[in-house]
Design a protein around this ligand. Structure first.
Ligand code: PBG
Length: 329
């Protein structure tokens, strides 16, 4: 073979590298997570997520306009719920005038063409910080999916394009789909967090929303009875295929970087778009290392995003979306 084949011929300069490059990051790849709080003129930095903020509705408006200007076309909304509105059943989640419902309307008013996705799970609304209703030492499954279905309908009513259940209860996609169909929201999509692992990388997110599980008698202070065991690989395919059968339009693997084998497995196994969530802990790790001068922030960020896309992501939910788009445009 050698010297007939010299692989370095295709690496000699940037032009040839550009020509043969297999994976490009573009603004179309991204889903931008946004944290929303009550109040006016609030833009609070999240301590464990440097340069990432919680916005009040007035500033959210400005933020989504900026995102749209940059070519980013989809957001994923999360709300920080005041403690006095939290309970075990997530009652506030169904309030038609709740923060999420107002946030959806705010984004749609500011930017009608922006795709609005919403997080569907009880944890930001739960006094226990769990994704479902807690009773008798357990996180109840079927009772929770009923609330999640009502929550999804409420988001659809407020104008959400796609609801994104992140709770990992069994059968929730079917329950949500049926509720949306019954209420006439036939065009509202479902992006399922289908292979969501019980990961320690969600810490900064729980700081952002003040939603970490609390200690309660007889209930585990983690989410291992519903989120997946990081040790399992085949189970991710089973979870994902079940969600598709139940009506998921888009599926997701979460977290991102440590789970790229799962991303590739799913990509090869299914025909629907695959989203990957590069989670808060992944963001925090790079910010911290860059702050210390130990890693080159921008280079590592682009390398990580490229790796996620190369592994099979059609959509990347990432706190780096803005930083990355600034860099590549
Ligand atoms: C809520 C939810 C979580 C994340 C997204 N939706 C936290 C959790 O499951 O505990 C994590 C996102 C991140 O870490 O960036 N169910």
């Amino acid at each position: 073979m050698f010297p007939l084949i010299r692989n370095r011929r295709l690496r000699q300069n940037e032009a040839i590298r550009r020509l043969v490059r297999e994976t490009y990051i573009t603004p179309n790849d991204f889903l931008v997570p946004l944290f929303v709080v009550e109040g006016k003129n609030v833009k609070e930095e999240i301590t464990s997520m440097p340069n990432y903020y919680r916005f009040s509705l007035d500033l959210l408006e400005k933020e989504v306009k900026d995102l749209w200007q940059m070519g980013l076309c989809a957001v994923l909304l999360f709300v920080k719920v005041p403690d006095n509105l939290k309970d075990n059943k997530g009652t506030e989640a169904l309030n038609p005038k709740g923060l999420m419902q107002r946030a959806i309307k705010t984004v749609k008013n500011a930017c009608p063409d922006m795709l609005v996705m919403t997080d569907v799970a009880l944890d930001p609304y739960s006094c226990y910080g769990h994704d479902g209703i807690v009773a008798e030492g357990k996180i109840l499954n079927d009772e929770t999916t009923e609330v999640l279905a009502e929550m999804s309908v409420s988001h659809a009513q407020a104008g959400a394009d796609i609801v994104a259940p992140s709770d990992m209860m069994d059968g929730r996609i079917l329950t949500l789909r049926e509720a949306l169909e019954d209420e006439g929201y036939t065009d509202t999509g479902i992006m399922s967090y289908s292979a969501k692992y019980a990961s320690a990388f969600y810490g900064p997110f729980r700081d952002a929303l003040d939603s970490a599980p609390v200690a309660i008698k007889d209930v585990p202070k983690d989410k291992q009875t519903y989120q997946m065991d990081p040790a399992n690989r085949r189970e991710a395919i089973k979870e994902t295929e079940m969600d598709i059968d139940e009506g998921a339009d888009i599926v997701m693997v979460k977290p991102g970087l440590c789970y790229l084998d799962i991303v590739r497995d799913i990509k090869d196994a299914v025909e629907v778009p695959v989203a990957v969530y590069q989670v808060s802990g992944e963001y925090a790790m790079l910010k911290a290392a860059a702050e210390k001068g130990w890693l080159n922030h921008d280079a590592v960020m682009l390398e990580q995003l490229t790796a996620i896309k190369r592994a099979g992501a059609d959509i990347i939910a990432s706190y780096f979306a803005k930083d990355a788009v600034k860099l590549i445009s």
